[in-house]
Design a protein around this ligand. Structure first.
Ligand code: FMN
Length: 226
């Protein structure tokens, strides 16, 4: 297999994993993921990222609680402002009432993100607030980390739920002694997968790629089928 095929295979086969085996993850594999992270591009080469490896069960449980609350809070807002259906798109209309109730109920409960407590490792990604592009830098590092994890046979899930509300972020910072001058960007669950989720469909290149001007479709022959 060519190098490009391998890269694309790892990218395409990475899934968000929300169910993990209790098997511990060896330190050297975690460090390989973080080695990939630190080679990400970074605005003005500031490298503002810091990574906290959390294995401690009590801390993970608390992160899971905060994640559940944050996730529930976010989806509750979407639910009561009628944005849930818009977000899930047309497909929701075909769902029977029972399925809608079950899926939306799970999202509102926060259960969907509470699994941070069960992953054997949570990697908390924070950034120096004073950097120029701390969020962008960390997102690039996170993706590198997740792809390396996939290549190593590990699963990951990017979880923003515990920090998209500042009230929760403050709790995470207190829990982990994160200094004021840092911002928590996200938490990445890491471990051996105990599920094989189906890939979520992606928008086609045709739908998302324009030619020279926004909205101008690419001539059909130039849209590669990768
Ligand atoms: C910025 C960002 C934040 C995310 N936050 C959460 C989260 O809080 N909880 C969660 O369960 N998944 C979270 N995800 C995972 C997405 O739901 C997932 O990537 C998406 O549904 C596509 O599925 P896939 O990763 O398996 O391809 C997040 C992903 C990104 C990129």
């Amino acid at each position: 297999m060519s190098e490009t095929d391998i890269v694309l295979k790892v990218i395409k086969e990475r899934r968000s994993i929300r169910k993990y085996k209790p098997t511990p993850v060896p330190d050297d594999l975690i460090m390989k993921c973080l080695e990939a992270a630190r080679w990400a591009p970074t605005g003005e080469d500031m490298q503002p990222w810091r990574f906290i490896i959390v294995r401690d069960e009590a801390i993970r449980k608390e992160l899971g609680r905060i994640a559940g609350r944050g996730s529930g809070r976010r989806f509750t807002v979407e639910f009561y402002t009628g944005k849930m259906e818009a977000r899930f798109g047309e497909v929701v209309k075909t769902w029977p009432e029972e399925k809608k109730k079950r899926v939306f109920g799970k999202l509102i409960s926060g259960e969907v993100s509470a699994f941070l407590a069960e992953a054997p490792v949570d990697i908390v990604v924070c950034a120096e607030k004073s950097a120029n592009d701390p969020r962008e830098d960390c997102c690039a590092a996170i993706q590198n980390m997740m792809l390396m994890a996939k290549a190593l046979g590990l699963g990951t899930c990017w979880v923003i739920a515990p920090v998209f509300d500042v009230r929760d972020e403050i709790k995470v910072k207190r829990l982990l002694n994160i200094p004021e001058e840092y911002k928590v960007i996200s938490i990445i669950a890491l471990g051996y997968p105990d599920e094989e989720p189906k890939p979520r469909p992606r928008k086609s290149l045709e739908e998302i790629v324009f030619y020279e001007r926004f909205g101008q479709k690419m001539p059909k022959k130039e849209v590669g089928s990768v």
